[in-house]
Design a protein around this ligand. Structure first.
Ligand code: ATP
Length: 373
């Protein structure tokens, strides 16, 4: 698809893998990305429904587990292999730029008018398959253009600047000139750290997050370096938090990161990646002293910044090295409890890492029992 008449039937047919949706009661429509992606021949990422009425009540009719977000008039139903987000059709008023909107119940048509871009302001009613779309929505879908619905859009909600970058990259859509000039003049300064952090998380899980952040480089304190980011990701082991690695490696201000209200762990990873440098000494025991306790993502960044061999060795091998003995063995051998136990074990591990110990457990114990130096 992508040109010609819009096929509402294709949208309704794509609902077959969801539980049966209500055929009577309040007016309900499939909305936003689901409709857009079916039109574009893409696989929709999620199903959003909008209802002229009670979102929680509709979610409950779907079966599955229901989570209600009362203050927002939204609810999510989740079952085996499916998830549906339901929102009460609303109009929105922004009490201040960047603040969360005040919402009031409205028709689906009004609800479309408060959306971010025309290509998302499109819906198909469940009963009758009626197509509802903001002015210009179908044209923009056909020609692959991103347009805001009104002049104040980015002022009301600057998270749309990040959404614009995400959609432009993911869909390969052009930003329509008036929208581009509104975006160029807009700023994220009115956003709370929590809202900005939430949008950044979404941006960082896009298929090409570096390109998305690249589009935001004039709005955020970022230093985009694609090859650095790719080298770090290539070194990072599978359990890494790739989003926070990217955020850290491309951030240029610690204070800005601290303000994003990331989780404690996310913040720790991002800051460590921002600070990561190549250790001065690269013997195994020196790497252990430099990198034990350091998030693995930051080691990958250090590797990308010039310590590639050391980082690879740490990630693949050295970080997994353990002693076969523990404190209990030292106590059983007559060493009194206290900090010297830990020091002896550390000294022994350093020797093991540097290849000075052969012979396993016996050799470790003998080394650990030597007088403290
Ligand atoms: P995708 O999941 O593919 O990113 P989506 O369109 O489903 O796309 P969501 O973030 O799930 O995106 O949002 C659902 C819909 O809600 C969007 O299509 C858009 O119409 C609307 N929306 C979301 N965030 C905003 C916002 N900040 N301002 C206006 N409308 C928004």
């Amino acid at each position: 698809m992508g040109d010609g008449a819009f096929d509402s039937g294709a949208v309704l047919a794509a609902l077959a893998r969801y539980p049966p949706l209500p055929a009577r009661g309040a007016r309900v429509a499939v909305v936003g990305g689901f409709v857009r992606d079916i039109w574009l021949g893409r696989d929709p990422r999620e199903l959003d429904l909008v209802v002229e009425g009670d979102a929680a009540a509709l979610a409950r009719t779907l079966g599955g587990e229901v989570v209600i977000h009362e203050p927002f008039g939204t609810a999510t139903a989740t079952g085996a292999g499916w998830r549906v987000d339901v929102a009460m059709a609303r109009s929105e008023r922004y009490p201040a730029p960047g603040a969360l909107p005040q919402v009031a119940p409205a028709t689906i048509e009004h609800d479309l008018a408060r959306r971010d871009f025309t290509v998302n302001a499109i819906a198909v009613t469940l009963v009758g398959g009626e197509l509802l779309a903001a002015d210009g929505a179908l044209d923009d879908l056909s020609r692959g253009a991103l347009s805001v619905l009104h002049e104040r859009s980015f002022v009301d909600d600057p998270t749309r600047l990040l959404r614009l970058a995400r959609y432009a990259e993911r869909l390969g859509f052009a930003v329509e000139p008036r929208t581009a000039s509104l975006a160029a003049r807009a700023s994220v300064a009115t956003l709370s750290g929590a809202r900005l952090g939430g949008e950044l998380r979404l941006a960082l899980t896009e298929p090409d997050p570096v390109a998305v952040l690249g589009r935001l480089a004039d709005k955020l304190p970022l230093a985009i370096d694609r090859s650095l980011a790719e080298d770090a990701l290539a070194l990072a082991p599978p359990e890494s938090d790739r989003a926070m690695l990217l955020l850290g490696v491309m951030s240029s201000e610690e204070a800005w990161l601290a303000n994003l209200e990331l989780t404690t762990r996310e913040h720790e990873v991002a800051i460590a990646c921002l600070r990561a440098g190549v250790p001065a000494e690269v013997t195994p025991s020196a790497l252990w002293r430099a990198w034990r306790g350091v998030p693995i993502e930051a080691v990958a960044v250090a590797g990308a910044r010039g310590g590639g061999d050391a980082a690879r060795r740490w990630i693949d091998d050295l970080r997994h090295v353990r002693l076969e003995i523990g404190g209990d063995e030292l106590i059983a051998a007559g060493i009194s409890e206290g900090p010297q136990i830990g020091r002896r074990l550390e000294r022994t591990l350093a020797a093991k890492l540097d290849g000075e110990l052969t012979g396993g457990r016996e050799a470790e114990l003998a080394y650990a029992l030597r007088g403290e130096s």
